[in-house]
Design a protein around this ligand. Structure first.
Ligand SMILES: Cc1cc2nc3c(=O)[nH]c(=O)nc-3n(C[C@H](O)[C@H](O)[C@H](O)COP(=O)(O)OP(=O)(O)OC[C@H]3O[C@@H](n4cnc5c(N)ncnc54)[C@H](O)[C@@H]3O)c2cc1C
Length: 429
């Protein structure tokens, strides 16, 4: 029971590991969306001498395993973003993700990336019998973020989803969904077509200062680069302690049913990507081959595919009991990286961060479970910083690299999640 995404891409050419010593203007660690968007942003700005080093294969991490939702915002709730940054900076910071959604769309077109893109928006279905929740969110988005989310009352919901579970919804019309691994592979091809290099099966083992730049080493080679960008997501381990102690690797899960035929459209007439108003929400979408892709839950540990299939199917049946006989054909997990503040960490390490030899390295991490658009933001921000000397946008400045305290932090994250799950449950009875 592997990943549906891996099973539905054309066969890949064998990995090309790095061999020997090479030079590059910029060396990027990690070929997930953050690393690839940075590489593509650099190539588009005329810096073609870019090499991306990936421990496994392109899109191996969260980027090639996620739900495929492409929508505005960050892992941090929009109301909290507003409270923490104030009206102007919050709107600007959110606006970056809106532009990123649009940039992804344009890149799909410009590079002819065949990634099963479906324009249908994102539907936030209300789990609770309380319309004020939707009205409040709708007002917040219109008044402070300049976006109109459309209210769908319970009586009209049938045209979108046929489940008694929900009490209305909000539709974010500008969102879409896609096959994330196909998009990652398309981005990688665009980087290569622009002159960049991608070396897979090349885990980076050390980053050290060398002259005015860095030496980035793998088991079989090294890159001498003026700039280095660390974009290893929740899979980064034992490379840059100053970054790793500021993020928590957290697992989340996805499954895909067998083809459901006409029943899929009957239950989910909407083309939108769907999630709900709980803290511990389900997220799902109808695939073109009539399957349903279903995701949810977080945990500090990885789980076996059989277990994932079982608990996610239970979640699915709470919403669509008619799918009791549907077989689950794929189930997998992925690691996300989270900061304590739930915002991305985008910046440049300094001696004050205790970065040692990695001082001066750029980083883009901690996109959490809402990272497709924000990784694209990070790519643009870092490409503009490296190629044009642009500053990191104001909105990211308050969110630094606070320690997460390793196992203690993981225990606290698990306890917080359980507490919010309990609150979701109490509110829905
Ligand atoms: C199951 C799941 C569902 C999700 N659903 C959504 C969704 O629907 N919408 C959304 O917006 N977000 C979603 N997210 C979040 C989103 O996928 C992530 O935030 C985003 O993909 C993170 O990208 P990244 O490039 O930072 O990390 P990754 O994609 O994890 O990439 C990091 C890469 O770095 C490599 N690496 C690590 N260490 C090294 C090293 N030492 N040397 C070389 N390479 C290294 C890894 O192998 C990996 O390929 C989901 C995440 C998961 C796991």
């Amino acid at each position: 029971m592997s990943s549906y995404y891996e099973a539905t891409i054309p066969p890949r050419a064998p990995a090309q590991p790095l061999h020997g010593a090479i030079d590059a203007e910029v060396c990027i660690v990690g070929a997930g969306f953050a690393g690839l968007a940075t590489a593509l942003g650099l190539v588009e700005r005329g810096i073609r001498d870019v090499v991306v080093l990936e421990a496994q294969r392109v899109g191996f991490g969260a980027s090639g395993r996620n739900g495929g939702f492409v929508f505005g915002g960050y892992s941090l709730d929009n109301a909290d973003l507003l409270a923490q940054l104030g009206p102007q900076r919050a709107k600007a910071c959110y606006g970056l993700t809106r532009s990123a959604v649009d940039l992804i769309r344009r890149r799909v077109q410009a590079h002819a990336i065949d990634c099963d893109l479906v324009e249908g928006g994102a539907l936030l279905a209300n789990w609770f019998d309380d319309e004020s929740l939707l009205l409040k969110q709708q007002r917040l988005m219109a008044d402070h973020f300049g976006v109109q989310w459309q209210l769908i009352r319970k009586a009209e919901l049938e045209a979108h989803v046929r489940s008694d579970r929900y009490f209305g919804a909000l539709l974010e019309p500008d969102a879409f969904h896609f096959h994330p691994l196909k998009y990652a592979l398309g981005e990688a091809r665009a980087v290569q077509a622009g002159g960049g290099r991608i070396q897979e099966a090349s885990p980076v083992t050390s980053i050290s200062r060398a002259g005015t730049g860095f030496s980035v080493s793998t088991a079989q080679g090294s890159v001498a680069a003026r700039h280095v960008v660390v974009a290893g997501g929740g899979y980064l381990q034992g490379l840059v302690p100053a970054i790793e102690r500021a993020m928590l690797p957290i697992a989340t899960y996805v499954m895909v049913t067998e083809p459901l035929g006409a029943l899929q459209r009957e239950l989910v007439p909407s083309r939108a990507a769907i999630y709900d108003t709980r803290f511990a929400f389900d997220y799902y979408r109808a695939l073109a081959d009539t399957r349903l892709l279903w995701g949810g839950r977080i945990n500090v540990r990885d789980r076996r595919p059989e277990d994932i299939a079982e608990f996610l199917k239970r979640d699915m049946l709470r919403v669509y009991p008619r799918l009791a006989d549907a077989k689950v054909e794929f189930a997998w997990s992925g690691m996300m990286s989270y900061a304590r503040h739930k915002m991305p960490q985008i910046g440049r390490l300094t001696g004050r961060d205790g970065a040692g030899d990695a001082a001066g390295a750029w980083y883009a991490l901690s996109f959490g479970g809402h990272g497709v658009a924000p990784t694209t933001v990070a790519g643009e921000v870092l490409a503009a910083a490296i190629a044009e000397g642009q500053p990191i946008p104001d909105g990211f400045q308050p969110y630094g690299l606070p320690r997460t305290f390793g196992p203690l932090g993981l225990a606290a994250a698990q306890a917080t999640y359980a507490w919010f799950e309990l609150k979701d449950w109490a509110r829905s009875i």
